[in-house]
Ligand binder design. Structure first.
Ligand code: DQQ
Length: 551
């Protein structure tokens, strides 16, 4: 169906068909990156969940393998749900996952590779003593899921955390184990936050204060901070906070309780959920995977025959400049897809202007659809500046600004110092456009605050798609320009501001701004200041994502 096929992505991970959700058990093993995922082999909607499996040498090109685990035991017959891998010091892999039992009880199960010499880890054995954990007293049988990667205590025990809730308080339970079979529940919780509801897919990991390399999940001590992440079932966003881990007490404390887990910072202000990190021991980095759902209707998904993507894997490090947030950035291998590029230096957009960024000569005509795909496959890096003298001149402006509010006109709003940014997947006449932009607010005492937003409200003429406007404030330090990198891939736009301090992932479904009709513009809806931009745009190659040959 050619009307719908343009929506399939070219370099984001997707199964060939049907429904996918959470990333599961990512790891690097004997030269291969392994990626497992929640998968419905039977339909393009959630249900009948099993573990899909794919391998890659570089996190970009993927080979699909047979299903790793199916729902064939009483303790996972209603679903082989989310789990995580732990690599033991001797190289063995322990996979803990949640099963939904024949009675819909959430239990934790252990699985391991049948053959540790097989780099593809094709066959998985479910431990005969499963389940290894059942809901403890006081925990509802449907609120106990998604075990993390285990980390080691100084005593040499392995420790995991599992998300749950008590009343409306989201919590992370902790257990210690020697063998991944017998577990001891620790008193209290690793952490909990009132009002946040069920914590799904909790993640817990160390980051280096000095930035740079990623850390093994067991790293602890001086120079290490710890991150707790929870996926809030109630509002479907992934929230993290940075804090201190007290190993002995089995507790974690946020640096700033006002931005605790679930009430503060999100990994991504767009659509991004059930994420999970792993430590890539081959390149000493921590990599974040996140599930990107659809924002069209379920009927459209069924028509397409598939639903969901995974975000481009992102490295995560502490932002050493602010100390209060992480930096997320597409893995460096993403740059291997860059083909020809075009650079636009010092493009000026006066207040109110929309300036076309011409990606090729006007004579280059898109006759065949596939020749024109490339306008929907871009890597864009832009640096923008507001006229300094205008910023100084403006007195207080828009102090109540928020990217999304019920009255928001999004990118069409005009303030003194914003919005300004790029229009991507835009049609020539702007009948369809997705603005990704900055908005500067000047407060009392001339303090400046910057917002980073994406506006889906004019992204498609179709009416069965979500058209929210979203974003947040982003730290812009003294002397920094406004910077954004955007990966555009057919129906997804991942936008990273200020080196990854704030990220917004958009799913968009234009009907006209597709193939050769997809255009790029610089826009400036600020009333008081001009914008100068330098923009580099690469055409992105397609990745090979296909079945493993001869299996
Ligand atoms: N998805 C899984 C659960 C998890 C949820 C089921 C999060 O294990 O809590 O598909 O999206």
């Amino acid at each position: 169906n050619s009307m719908l096929s343009w929506q399939r992505t070219a370099f984001h991970f997707q199964p060939e068909k049907n429904w996918m959700n959470d990333p599961n058990g990512p790891l690097f093993y004997k030269g291969w990156y392994h990626f497992f995922y929640q998968y419905n082999p039977n339909a393009a909607v959630w249900g009948d969940i099993v573990w899909g499996h794919a391998v890659s040498r570089d996190l970009i090109h993927w080979l699909h393998l047979p299903l790793a685990m199916v729902a064939d035991q009483w303790y996972d017959v209603q679903g082989v749900w989310t789990g995580s891998a732990t690599i033991l010091p001797d190289g063995k892999v322990m996979m803990l996952y949640t099963g939904s039992t024949n009675e819909s009880v959430q239990v934790q199960n252990l699985a391991y590779p049948a053959d540790h010499d097989d780099p593809l880890l094709l066959d998985w054995v479910k431990h005969p003593g499963n389940p290894v954990l059942v809901p403890p007293p006081g925990i509802h049988h449907k609120d106990f899921r998604d075990p993390t990667t285990a980390w080691q205590t100084s005593e040499g025990k392995w420790r995991i955390t599992i998300g749950s809730k008590v009343n409306k308080t989201g919590i992370a339970l902790i257990y210690d184990t020697d063998d991944f079979v017998n577990f001891e529940l620790k008193d209290g919780f690793l952490h909990g936050v009132p009002g946040t509801g069920m914590w799904e897919c909790v993640d817990f990991y160390p980051v280096a204060v000095a930035g740079g390399d990623g850390l093994d999940t067991s790293a602890n001590g001086a120079g290490v901070r710890h991150v707790v992440k929870a996926s809030l079932d109630d509002d479907r966003h992934d929230y993290y906070a940075i804090g201190t881990y007290d190993e002995e007490a089995g507790k974690w404390y946020p640096d700033n309780p006002a931005i605790d887990v679930g009430i503060g910072i999100r990994y991504d202000y767009g659509i991004f959920y059930a994420s999970k990190t792993f430590f890539d021991q081959s390149k000493q980095r921590r990599i974040l995977w996140g599930w990107i759902g659809e924002w069209d209707s379920e009927a459209a998904d069924v028509r397409k025959g598939w639903a969901s993507l995974q975000g481009m894997p992102r490295t995560v490090v502490l932002d050493t400049k602010t100390g209060s947030n992480l930096l997320q950035w597409p893995v460096e291998e993403s740059e291997s897809l860059r083909l020809r590029s075009k650079e636009f230096k010092n493009v000026v957009a006066k207040p109110g202007a929309v300036v076309p960024i011409k990606l090729e000569a006007a004579t280059q005509v898109c006759e065949l659809e596939h020749w024109c795909f490339w306008r929907m496959q871009l890597d864009i890096v832009a640096e923008l500046e507001l006229d300094k003298e205008a910023v100084d001149r403006v007195v207080e402006s828009d102090e109540e600004f928020k990217c999304s509010s019920s009255s928001s006109k999004g990118a069409a709003h005009r303030g003194a110092l914003g919005p300004f940014g790029l229009l991507v997947l835009s049609e020539e006449t702007l009948s369809e456009q997705t603005p990704v932009y900055f908005y500067v607010v000047k407060g009392k005492n001339a303090t400046l605050r910057t917002y980073f937003c994406a506006d889906q409200s004019r992204s498609s003429l179709a009416n069965d798609v979500n058209k929210q406007i979203y974003g947040s404030s982003v730290p812009v330090l003294k002397g920094e320009k406004f910077r954004v990198r955007m990966l555009v891939d057919h129906s997804i736009i991942e936008s990273f501001a200020q080196g990854g301090r704030s990220v917004i992932t958009s799913r968009v479904y234009p009907t006209k701004a597709i193939y050769g009709a997809a255009r790029l513009f610089l826009f400036n809806n600020a009333t008081e200041a001009g914008v100068t931009a330098s923009i580099k745009v690469w055409q992105m190659n397609s990745a090979f994502i296909r079945p493993f040959p001869n299996l």
